[in-house]
Design a binder for this molecule. Structure first.
Ligand SMILES: Cc1ncc(COP(=O)(O)O)c(C=O)c1O
Length: 441
């Protein structure tokens, strides 16, 4: 069905689009007008297969009646409740349901509205936690090169993607970065965790030696770096980071905004890798992307350190007007129910080997210089055009869209992460379309 002419906005200039080549877009707009299951429908009436779960978030697929109805009922019953000093039953229900699937030792949920807010909340909680227990000198934060932790000042300070940092001033002070773990010479075309690079975790020892480990509040890393182009951790790397954190009393925060809620075949990457962080930041899959919502998940050790002093006092001076918004909570509860009832995390785990083989079948296609994968995530890295880095990636993204496949482009890397409802036939379709795009470029 072609889009009714009436539905076209008559001027595209007012909306300043995020992370978008605005001028290019407004010359040839790409608009989705509806979605169902694994597919989007464009304004010119084409079906586009969702190869990226929207922006890594629509893990339950699109237009799921259970989520839609939960939202409709909630908004008609209780549209909003103040987030401070008052709450509503669904906030506690959702928090408990998250804890039920969270890694051992994670016992509390602090709600936010996005991944970026989750990250900045976790960094603040880390610093305040140390202060609450008499270690106020622990103010340093450690992130990683090529890390993506959203776009707020804390997140870009610990993040390591240069274009997200370079024009935004001096950022937070007292931040160091581990080196990234991308070693194409040694690890190209790895399946799952690459063999080489665990020694890069020793960077944390060097940073601790440089500043004194007792000055570092927290290390934040994505267990699998997503937005920089899917960097899977080398075998043993995360374990070693955990050991060094323990040795120096540093909190470990896993940013699971992408990896949370089944992307790797377990509820969280922490469970997939058997490494226990002190805090987890999440968002996206929490509501399958339908309503904005994020969360910081924390251990009892951290939470309990704040629960002192007179009971009439606020323990943590932090929160958002929309923390645990009732409509978002209803969406979250319905989403977690779908994950559970349909066994979507287990389904992702079972499908991962097929996904891996399918992705790696693209190895000999024109321009492909690396393929990386784990769980239901994958990336195909393309040789940049000489003198025009990112152009090839962007063109491949556009050509895929025209050919009926939504991908996520980051530099010259095309990332793929379909909704967890995907069947083998969808994977065949994704690889078929994408392979054709690569061959005809
Ligand atoms: C690891 C990670 N952290 C944080 C964020 C930021 O999330 P949001 O865009 O919801 O603020 C993202 C978004 O992709 C992410 O991948």
């Amino acid at each position: 069905m072609a889009l009714d002419q009436q539905q076209w906005p008559n001027d595209l200039s007012a909306f300043w689009m995020p992370f978008t080549a605005n001028r290019q877009f407004k010359k040839s707009p790409r608009m989705f007008v509806s979605a169902d299951g694994m597919f989007y429908r464009t304004s010119d009436g084409r079906d586009v297969l969702d190869g990226s779960a929207g922006l890594w978030c629509c893990n339950a697929g699109h237009n799921r009646p259970k989520i839609v109805e939960a939202i409709q009922q909630q908004v008609a019953e209780l549209d909003y409740a103040p987030a401070f000093q008052i709450s509503h039953p669904k906030s506690f229900q959702l928090a408990n349901q998250i804890i039920d699937i969270a890694p051992e030792g994670i016992d509390h949920v602090f709600f936010t509205n996005s991944g970026s807010e989750s990250v900045d909340s976790a960094l603040k909680i880390a610093i305040a936690y140390h202060r609450a227990r008499g270690e106020g000198q622990r103010t340093r934060l450690v992130g990683r090169e090529r890390g993506y932790h959203g776009v707020n000042f804390g997140g870009i300070s610990v993040g390591g993607i240069v274009n997200n940092r370079r024009v935004f001033g001096s950022l937070l002070t007292g931040v160091d970065h581990l080196r990234h773990t991308h070693l194409p010479d040694r690890n190209a075309f790895s399946r799952g965790c690459p063999q080489h690079g665990a020694e890069l975790a020793e960077d944390l020892e060097r940073i601790a030696a440089l500043h004194g480990g007792e000055t570092i509040a927290a290390v934040i890393i994505e267990p699998v770096a997503g937005s920089t182009g899917v960097l899977v951790p080398p075998v043993g790397y995360l374990e070693r980071i955990r050991e060094i954190c323990d040795k120096h009393g540093i909190l470990l925060i896993f940013d699971e905004v992408i990896t949370g809620f089944g992307r790797l075949g377990e509820p969280f990457a922490a469970q997939r890798f058997g490494v226990s962080p002190d805090m987890i930041t999440c968002a996206k899959g929490l509501t399958s992307g339908v309503i904005p919502m994020g969360a910081v998940l924390s251990s009892a050790k951290i939470h309990d350190a704040f629960m002192t002093g007179p009971e009439y006092l606020i323990e943590l001076f932090h929160g958002y007007t929309y923390s645990a918004n009732p409509v978002a909570c209803a969406a979250g509860i319905a989403t977690l129910e779908i994950y559970r009832e349909e066994g979507l995390f287990e389904k992702a785990k079972a499908l991962a080997p097929y996904w891996e083989d399918a992705l790696h079948s693209l190895r000999d296609h024109p321009g492909v210089i690396d393929i990386r994968n784990i769980g239901m995530v994958g990336a195909v890295e393309l040789e940049p055009f000489e003198g025009a880095p990112t152009k090839r990636g962007f063109e491949t993204f556009l050509n895929s869209y025209e050919a009926g496949l939504l991908t996520r482009v980051t530099g010259d890397v095309i990332a793929l992460s379909p909704p967890l409802i995907a069947e083998r036939s969808h994977i065949d379709q994704i690889i078929g379309i994408f392979g054709g795009v690569l061959r005809s470029a």
